[in-house]
Design a protein around this ligand. Structure first.
Ligand code: N01
Length: 893
């Protein structure tokens, strides 16, 4: 039964004045309908405006042949009402547009929503009235609306973009846009049809148009990756999972990365054999599920070019296997963007359609369209005649529907077009500084199009309506994002995008499909679950980043940035916090070592290098183990003597294995990781003396190790950074070995604990102040601590080898690292610093976990190569592929 409606109806003022409501909702699609329902239940008066003739939003307009959803329909549904879920059963795995439209009509009827929707009504302008704290919206049909809150539920893909081809108006035949398909039947039988565009819409429509048309010519500018939908009934396994525990299934979706409950994939591509990778790929191909293939093959598929390329090649192999003409197959195979960086498509018989005699593919990369003429299309090589042209050319995505209301004028007469002159600026994709009481549902800056829209919409609607309820209870009448919060969100968005491969493609995600549109990754790439937790955190921190005002209450503004950590660092720290581990120091030295070994066993395996060997060298007081990482390139290579982290107490020559492998690959140098002696069994100066002895032994045995005779380099992380720094000082004092450069990553350099980073980052960032105290106590007595062999900052610094010093913002050791770099510089040592924003102590050694650490390691590798006098390589440094810009060039330009 429909739920009881509790809200009063909106009131219309007499004499054609503005309609007065608490909230105006623009759009009556998935988002608008749920908003209306929740607002009413919460007792707000509300009206929805939509230019369409009925409910449905995108599903009202996109009626082209073959239009379907491409998220499984059991997931692409409302979940807010279990009774609604029980009342509706989808007929297919991927429902057709008519069925989805019927569903939305069913929802509108069930909650009696249509009575508060003004169809055929477009908002033409919106103005914030500062005196009244209300929005005034003018419309193209009927009374303007005055409202306290203005919510744009206008969809991300609802404003078709113009074709941007000369001569469209000259064409005498029929013209259709997939995004504005007529309601009446379009007859294509016996006609010569052109389709321009091969994104999701084109790819769904092309096979069905080909079945009807006399001849179909497809004009393709950029080839998309498409996967067979394998449509049919909902897969039994997914359905069983849902039905077994509906609430748990939905909850898992809400906290997942893409809004569909699939687990986080942990295996990395290089851990799997070719056969295992192929098996996973074939399973995904057979499953016909975009979210599955985008997330479940291997952990590095979406964040690493190499891991991604493996999938691209497997898909291209499929295309070659289906399409008989090799030239057509080659043209249909994308080579200019990583898989997933441009929206992949789901198809039914798409590639096979090109085997039909009545279908021709025109590759616009080889013969661009010159113009549309009265009778057809002219490329720079040929002239084609058509009866029908179908534009499947896409949308002014994410911002188009928002900026279509023009002008939107906010506080102080500032307009949205000014605020967004350089691209969309938002806080959370929900609000915009300068435009109080305006909300967007799934706006730019939210997970939106990178997620299953249904749970994302529900999360946004719930968050907004819950805020409106709280404001009403507290007496606030306005809410507005602060500039600080918005700028912080932009930084966080950019940090998240750096992790992904989206930045390597020109797509509608980045605004590249619309000439002149400012470019940048518009959706939030950090994932649905993390985004939800951020929204919740904002509320628990007294609406961090919002200013709230009301006539009878004091202004509230807890200003600040919600995420200052790098996104992956935040995930790691949250995960560690969830584990509620006792402090490491409480395990005792052996217990902490055992724990570390267990912890390391669960991390992704390090990447392959040319060769890994081990051996024994002579330390200060006997033999020490070492591990050698040799690049795949022909030697001899310069040698880097590496000292692991662990507070002089923990770790061994294996414990920084992924870091050594990564740096070996990036530098093209041998990394020799030394197993120096540990405290408390061997206290100061055992580790320092071992470090020095190891560097000397390795330099003397360089040739035997396959290394280049001559100077060595030293590097280390944390206490290992300390040992590396000390080794340089001892080598200078004791007449060798010659050291060409030092890389110090988050080094311990001094024995005082009064620098601000020790207080600011005392807890909560993995390496705690108390753990550092413990390390110091186990390694050295207070009397020894000022010795430069443990506090190198107190040593003589002139004449030391050039240094690259890395410090992390959220690390107790930050300030002593900075102090060391500054002191080196003052002493005339060539020094470069990397002060890593948003990073923590382990950011750079958690290789393939903290992906944002990559750019830092690239810089470290460059520094080491420079120290060693090697040429810099931009690509393929001993096997590492950075982006190959020529391959990912402007797809749309
Ligand atoms: O639009 P698109 P769409 N000359 O932008 C080409 C969702 N959706 O409507 O890539 C020649 O993807 C353009 O070429 P290029 C889904 O999120 C979902 O297909 O710019 N060609 C491209 O090939 C999807 O991603 C479903 O080089 C021109 C095509 O037109 C989003 O909507 C179904 C051109 C446009 O592809 C948009 O999909 C459909 C020109 N001047 C859509 N201008 C579901 O299944 C553009 N192109 C749920």
């Amino acid at each position: 039964m429909p739920e009881q409606m509790v809200a009063a109806r909106a009131s219309e003022t007499a004499n054609g004045g503005a309609q007065q409501v608490d909230v105006t909702v623009v759009g009556a699609g998935f988002a608008g309908l749920y908003l209306l329902h929740r607002l009413r239940k919460a007792g707000f008066t509300a009206v929805a405006l939509d230019s369409a003739g009925d409910v449905g939003g995108t599903w009202y307009w996109n009626r082209y042949p073959g239009a379907r959803c491409d998220i499984q329909t059991i997931d692409y549904s409302y979940t807010f009402d279990p009774e609604l879920e029980r009342a509706w059963t989808w007929s297919e795995k991927y429902a057709t547009q008519p069925e989805i439209l019927r569903y939305l009509g069913f929802v509108a009827d069930r909650y009696d929503l249509r009575r508060d929707i003004r169809f055929g009504t477009k908002v033409t302008a919106a103005t914030w009235d500062e005196a009244a704290d209300r929005w005034l919206l003018t419309t193209d049909n009927g009374a303007p609306v005055s409202c306290r809150h203005y919510i744009m539920a206008t969809g991300c893909l609802s404003t078709p973009k113009p074709p941007e081809i000369d001569g469209v108006k000259d064409f005498k035949g029929e013209i259709y846009f997939t995004g504005r398909w007529p309601h009446e039947e379009v007859k294509l039988a016996g006609k010569r049809v052109a389709v321009i565009g091969t994104g999701s819409s084109g790819i769904q429509a092309i096979p069905l148009i080909a079945e009807q048309a006399a001849h179909l010519t497809v004009f393709q500018r950029t080839a998309s990756f498409a996967l067979p939908a394998q449509n049919g009934p909902a897969p039994a396994d997914r359905l069983a999972l849902l039905e077994q525990d509906r609430a748990a299934y939905r909850e898992q979706a809400r906290w997942s990365l893409a809004g569909v409950p699939w687990p986080q994939q942990m295996d990395v591509s290089w851990q799997l054999s070719d056969a295992e990778r192929r098996e996973r790929f074939e399973k995904a191909w057979a499953a016909g599920d975009l979210v599955y293939i985008l997330t479940q093959l291997w952990a590095d598929q979406g964040v690493d070019v190499d891991g991604n390329t493996l999938i691209c090649e497997l898909i291209r192999e499929k295309v070659r296997g289906i399409v008989k003409d090799p030239e057509t197959a080659a043209a249909l195979s994308p080579h200019d963007h990583p898989f997933g960086s441009k929206r992949p498509c789901l198809d039914t018989n798409y590639y096979a359609t090109y085997n039909r005699d009545n279908v021709t593919l025109v590759n616009l990369r080889q013969e661009p369209i010159k113009a549309i003429t009265a009778t057809g299309i002219e490329t720079d090589k040929r002239t084609f005649e058509f009866d029908v042209i179908v534009f499947a050319t896409g949308f002014d995505a994410m911002t188009g529907a928002v900026t279509a209301v023009h002008p939107i004028t906010g506080r102080g007469g500032k307009s949205l077009s000014d605020i967004w002159a350089n691209g969309p600026q938002t806080y959370l994709g929900l609000t915009i500084a300068g435009l109080p009481n305006l909300f967007m549902i799934t706006g730019p800056g939210s997970p939106s199009v990178l997620s299953n829209m249904a749970p994302s919409i529900e999360q946004h609607v719930d968050w907004v309506v819950d805020r409106l309820i709280a404001m009403r209870e507290q007496g606030f009448t306005t809410v507005e994002a602060t500039d600080t919060a918005q700028a912080g969100w932009a930084r966080h968005m950019a940090d998240c995008a750096t992790v992904t491969l989206h930045r390597l493609a020109n797509t509608w995600y980045t605004g590249a499909n619309v000439p002149g549109k400012p470019q940048g990754v518009m959706p939030y790439t950090g994932g649905v679950g993390p985004y939800r937790s951020i929204c919740n955190e904002i509320v628990s921190q007294d609406m961090l980043g919002f200013r709230l005002t009301g006539p009878d209450v004091a202004e509230q503004c807890n200003d600040g940035e919600i995420v200052r950590l790098q996104p992956d660092v935040r995930l790691v720290l949250n995960m560690l916090a969830d584990m509620k581990l006792p402090p490491l120091e409480s395990f005792g030295a052996q217990g902490a070592r055992d724990f570390l070994n267990e912890f390391n066993a669960a991390r992704p395996a390090g990447r392959p290098v040319g060769e890994v060997g081990s051996g024994t060298l002579l330390g200060a007081d006997g033999p020490l183990p070492y591990r050698l990482y040799r690049p795949a390139t022909p030697g001899p290579h310069p040698i880097v003597v590496y000292f692991h982290g662990g507070g002089w107490v923990l770790g061994d020559e294996l414990s920084d294995d992924p870091f050594c492998r990564d740096m070996c690959r990036r530098t093209g140098m041998i990394f020799a990781s030394v197993g120096y002696r540990h405290a408390p069994e061997h206290r100061f100066p055992a580790a320092a003396e071992d470090g020095y002895a190891a560097a000397r032994w390795i330099a003397e045995h360089a040739a035997e190790l396959g290394g280049k005779p001559g100077p060595v380099l030293v590097a280390g992380w944390s206490a290992g950074g300390n040992i590396a720094a000390v080794t340089c000082q001892l080598a200078r004092e004791r007449g060798g070995p010659e050291i060409a450069g030092q890389l110090l990553v988050c080094p311990v350099t001094d024995c005082t604990f009064d620098r601000p980073s020790y207080t600011d980052n005392a807890t909560g960032y993995f390496l705690t102040r108390s753990l550092m105290y413990w390390f110091w106590d186990l390694y050295s007595s207070p009397a020894d601590r000022t010795d430069p062999r443990v506090s190198p900052l107190r040593g003589k610094l002139a004449g030391l080898p050039p240094a690259f010093v890395v410090t992390c913002e959220f690390d107790p050791l930050r300030d002593e690292g900075v102090a060391y770099a500054e002191a080196l510089a003052s002493a005339g040592v060539p020094v470069e610093q990397l002060q890593a924003r948003g990073h923590f102590h382990a950011s750079f050694t958690m290789v393939d976990v903290v992906i944002t650490g990559v750019s830092g390691r690239v810089k470290m590798a460059h520094a080491l190569r420079r120290f060693a006098g090697l040429a810099q390589e931009t690509e393929g440094e001993a096997g590492i592929r950075t982006a190959a810009p020529q391959e990912i060039n402007a797809a749309a330009s």
